[in-house]
Design a protein around this ligand. Structure first.
Ligand SMILES: Nc1ncnc2c1ncn2[C@@H]1O[C@H](COP(=O)(O)OP(=O)(O)OP(=O)(O)O)[C@@H](O)[C@H]1O
Ligand SMILES: [Mg+2]
Length: 139
């Protein structure tokens, strides 16, 4: 995030499946604090859910960070999930609906890609960072 307003950041370590719930709660609380519409709250929770689940399943563990920024006309929530797993060898395949290397539905990353204003995937063996920026216009 590189605009000038301050960013409030929270981090959640994801080791067990229950930690995904904590990460979901954290982003939900951020959405509520901003006064986002319920539909946007659901969207940002889905983004967190899918990215945290991916770190857990495909990398074994990770860390989820939530950054919040209020601009005059809109709010932004950045969800960034980092892991130290094997990396994503083919990012464009991973973003295609139905692509999964472990018998999953292959719907997580395509959904995040649709819901986020921007999605940056920086990946190599040992370090993957997936950063999704969500934006909501102020009512
Ligand atoms: N953090 C990650 N580390 C390594 N590989 C990943 C990571 N996230 C995604 N991938 C790869 O990208 C593929 C697609 O991810 P996506 O979330 O779309 O589907 P999925 O996790 O397989 O299934 P679903 O999310 O629908 O349950 C995964 O199967 C996996 O190969
Ligand atoms: Mg997934």
């Amino acid at each position: 995030m590189n605009a000038d307003a301050p960013i409030v950041e929270t981090a959640v370590r994801i080791v067990r499946r229950e930690d995904i719930l904590t990460a979901r709660k954290t982003v939900r609380a951020a959405a509520r604090a901003l006064g986002l519409a319920t539909v946007d709250e659901a969207r940002i929770v889905t983004i967190m859910s899918e990215l945290a689940k991916n770190a857990c399943i495909h990398a074994g563990a990770g860390e989820a960070r939530v950054g919040v920024r209020s601009l005059p006309d809109r709010d932004q929530i950045l969800v960034e999930v980092e892991d130290a797993g094997p990396g994503i060898p083919d990012v464009s395949a991973a973003l295609s609906v139905g692509f999964s290397t472990n018998g999953g539905h292959g719907l997580g990353l395509p959904a995040v890609n649709r819901l986020a204003k921007s999605l940056i995937i920086d990946t190599r063996p040992g370090k993957t960072v997936v950063a999704a920026l969500f934006e909501s216009a102020r009512a």
